[in-house]
Design a protein around this ligand. Structure first.
Ligand SMILES: Nc1ncnc2c1ncn2[C@@H]1O[C@H](COP(=O)(O)OP(=O)(O)OP(=O)(O)O)[C@@H](O)[C@H]1O
Ligand SMILES: [Mg+2]
Length: 230
């Protein structure tokens, strides 16, 4: 129960924080003389998108409580990267971080639950933004990459120019409630690893590039067979 509560709190935190900051932005834009209607409308669009995301998280939790099956369909990881980086665009802008995406053309699809896989990437990106926040603005870089890899796998990686992870912590940070952050729950990586493993994949951390960290997620490419998974 406490892990379920922690994961609900964790997953709703990001869209709720984004809704509040976009609402504040819209208020500022509308109280300017003259009001900036176009930008305010864009902020409202983002609020609606984040509200829908929070709704999806709740729906998924309800499905889990009813133990019903998750919606498992072909997922284009490149599309997923575009969606999630869009969700985080204002957070990246606010924190002066450059988020670069490098997507392999003609990437094979993977099979999975879109909302869950989005959550994995969102957790990795949120951590990367936190990790670079103590570097000077011009040194804050996050690179999201997709690649086909050996053995019929598709790899998604998030590399950052942050403070890095000490070698002795590379495995431990995936345990629940391990955090070095004042306001962290320490569940983002634990949840992400459970999701990736439930999809038949692997998620791990490496040191580098430079002093930073790289998180890699390898998922089986979908060969098109339509047997249902449990
Ligand atoms: N990109 C990164 N660079 C350096 N350290 C990282 C990175 N990602 C994670 N960590 C370390 O791993 C710890 C655990 O990460 P995790 O996402 O599980 O929890 P958290 O970010 O602390 O809290 P939250 O529950 O809000 O995600 C972090 O507190 C941090 O010390
Ligand atoms: Mg985290």
């Amino acid at each position: 129960m406490s892990e379920l509560a922690a994961s609900i709190a964790h997953e709703l935190n990001q869209p709720l924080a984004a809704i509040v900051s976009n609402a504040q932005a819209a208020q500022r834009l509308l109280s300017r003389p003259p009001p900036d209607i176009a930008e305010a409308r864009a902020a409202l669009d983002d609020i609606a998108a984040d509200g829908r995301r929070a709704g999806q998280v709740i729906q998924r939790m309800r499905a889990m409580l009813r133990k019903s099956e998750l919606s498992v369909v072909a997922q284009d990881l490149n599309e997923l990267v575009r969606e999630v980086t869009r969700l985080l665009a204002s957070a990246a802008l606010l924190s002066d971080t450059t988020v670069r995406i490098d997507l392999a053309p003609a990437l094979p699809p993977v099979r999975g639950d879109g909302v869950q896989l989005q959550q994995v990437l969102l957790n990795l990106l949120t951590n990367a933004l936190d990790a670079v926040s103590r570097r000077p603005p011009e040194a804050r870089l996050v690179v999201v990459r997709t690649r086909p890899s050996d053995g019929g796998l598709v790899e998604l990686s998030v590399a950052d120019s942050g403070e890095g992870v000490p070698p002795e912590d590379l495995a431990r940070i995936f345990e629940p409630f391990v955090t070095t952050k004042a306001h962290g729950l320490g569940v983002g990586l634990a949840i992400s690893r459970s999701i990736v493993e439930a999809h038949g994949g692997r998620l791990w951390a490496e040191r580098g590039p430079g002093e930073g960290a790289t998180f890699r997620c390898a998922l089986p490419a979908w060969n098109g067979d339509t047997r249902s998974v449990g």
